[in-house]
Design a protein around this ligand. Structure first.
Ligand code: ADP
Ligand code: MG
Length: 463
């Protein structure tokens, strides 16, 4: 059986790992760079071989070699690397492994997808089982399987996305289905490009609007997900890497200054009362229940180990550590001054980045996908800007469903008073936020929320 190789760049250098694959197609050499061939979890080691694997993912894989002649190099673990010059003069590389390997039977192992399965992933697999066959035997560079990626959407049929990334490279390795899901969810095509803009000065909000917003809005919150490049994401990570994420963030956050200064509270170090209070006040994530999406995708293992929350004295800047994403950076405050909240959020997310960079780490990012998150629904900006908006009259007049649809038609999402899938708050409060996350900049998404919320306020006043 042949093996596909992929590599990725991490802060410490370049390394490569084997993806067990089913193709026997040779992989073309795209460039020539001397280097080392390092060991991953399941990869043989051959320093000085002069082979470095570049780029990532099936189909886009580049294997870099500086060998001039055809040669077969045997590596421990029954892996051999064959380098042969094709007629064109560039190199082709064929990597094979002998010995027993578990091969997934793509027909016998096809997941049970019923009428109840509504996720984009389940629908794509049902419509084209060849997609499952294409990936059933393909692992990400860190060794995560396609079945792991899609498990949550199989076990929780109500989910809308149905696939997660256990490491950032999953977006490249499972590109065809990830692209379909991202296009289905965001309307963002594989050929589209993403722009980032976090300059709060470009946000338009007049003092008159702030006054109007303050009248109807209980509080404003902006959050974004981020991943630390080179470390497995929550659905796939192990205890050690999860603890590494926690200690990197604990250290990075200890360097915040001014308004952003605060303390990290590990979940395991809190009393139940402290945890309940933070949750009830809308500051802390919920503990996953067995049926929760985090539990289904594997991200709730070892709970509460290496999870926690950092916040400043006023709880206007908060960071969730190792929940659905490595990082959820949150800025929130009472009232409707979205610009102030955005300004603090942008400063905070940039400060964390700078602090992580001083330790040799960076946010996982890709020119096409923007910031890479566990769930494809958050890629791009990872940003959700929400206001807790009092809409008692509209709620009474329209009901939840019609209100949700109205928000949707404005590029917004209406959630309940306690987060996703919760009912409206006691005074007809809805959490109204931008729906999209990618293909528009942070400034554009927050502006969309401001403009839409103003319209909703006008409708409420007229109701
Ligand atoms: P996310 O996934 O974006 O973090 P959730 O829907 O899971 O959001 O909500 C997380 C928590 O944040 C919930 O307790 C929710 O009520 C709270 N929350 C969201 N938006 C606001 C807001 N504008 N003001 C106050 N609390 C908010
Ligand atoms: Mg959430």
């Amino acid at each position: 059986m042949s093996i596909l190789l992929a590599s990725r760049r991490v802060a410490q250098g370049v390394y490569a790992k084997v993806i067990e694959g089913s193709t026997s197609e040779p992989i073309r050499c795209l460039s020539s760079v001397p280097g080392t061939f390092n060991e991953g979890n399941n990869l043989a080691y051959a320093v000085g071989l002069g082979v470095v694997l570049g780029a990532i993912g099936l189909g886009s894989m580049a294997v870099l070699a500086d060998k001039k002649d055809a040669t077969v190099v045997s590596l421990p673990g029954g892996i051999s690397v064959e380098l042969s010059p094709p007629p064109s003069g560039s190199f082709e590389v064929k990597i094979t492994k002998t010995g027993d390997e578990r091969v997934v039977d793509a027909v016998g192992n096809f997941p049970l997808i019923t009428e109840k399965h509504r996720s984009l992933t389940a629908k794509a697999l049902k419509a084209d089982p060849a997609l499952y066959a294409k990936y059933a035997n393909v692992k990400t560079p860190m060794g995560f399987t396609f079945d792991q990626a899609i498990q949550a959407g199989i076990d929780a049929p109500h989910l809308g996305v149905g696939i997660v990334a256990a490491e950032p490279a999953a977006y490249q390795v499972y590109k065809e289905i990830m692209d379909k899901v991202i296009e289905g969810w965001h309307g963002y095509k594989a050929t589209d490009t993403h722009q980032s803009d976090m300059d709060f000065e470009r946000l338009k909000m007049t003092p008159a609007q702030v006054t109007k917003f303050n009248k109807h809005i209980v509080s404003t919150r902006i959050r974004a997900g981020r991943s630390i490049d080179g470390l497995a994401l929550p659905p796939g990570t192990d205890r050690k890497q999860r603890r590494t994420v926690e200690s990197l963030l604990k250290n990075a956050l200890s360097k915040m200054s001014g308004d952003l200064e605060g303390i990290y509270y590990p979940l395991g170090g809190m009393t139940k009362e402290q945890e309940d209070k933070l949750q009830a006040d809308g500051f802390l994530f919920q503990k996953p229940t067995p049926n929760n999406v985090l539990a289904n995708c594997g991200a709730a293992r070892d709970w509460p180990d290496a999870r926690g929350i950092f916040h400043n004295k006023d709880k206007t800047f908060l960071v969730w550590v190792n929940e659905e994403d490595h990082i959820r950076c949150i800025s929130m405050q009472d009232g409707g001054n979205v610009k102030d909240v955005f300004k603090r959020w942008a400063m905070a997310i940039n400060s964390i980045e700078v602090s992580l960079a001083s330790a040799g780490y960076s946010y996982a990012h890709d020119d096409h996908l923007g910031y890479i998150t566990t769930c494809p629904s958050n890629c791009g900006t990872g940003l959700r800007a929400s206001v807790m908006l009092k809409l008692p009259k509209l709620y009474k007049k329209m009901g939840v469903h019609a209100l949700e649809e109205l928000a949707d038609s404005m590029g917004l999402q209406a959630r309940g008073g306690r987060g996703e899938h919760s009912p409206p708050g006691p005074n007809g409060e809805f959490d109204i936020s931008n729906k999209g996350r990618i293909g528009a900049s942070e400034v554009e998404l927050v502006q969309r929320m401001i403009d839409g919320v103003e319209k909703l306020i006008d409708l409420e006043e007229a109701a």
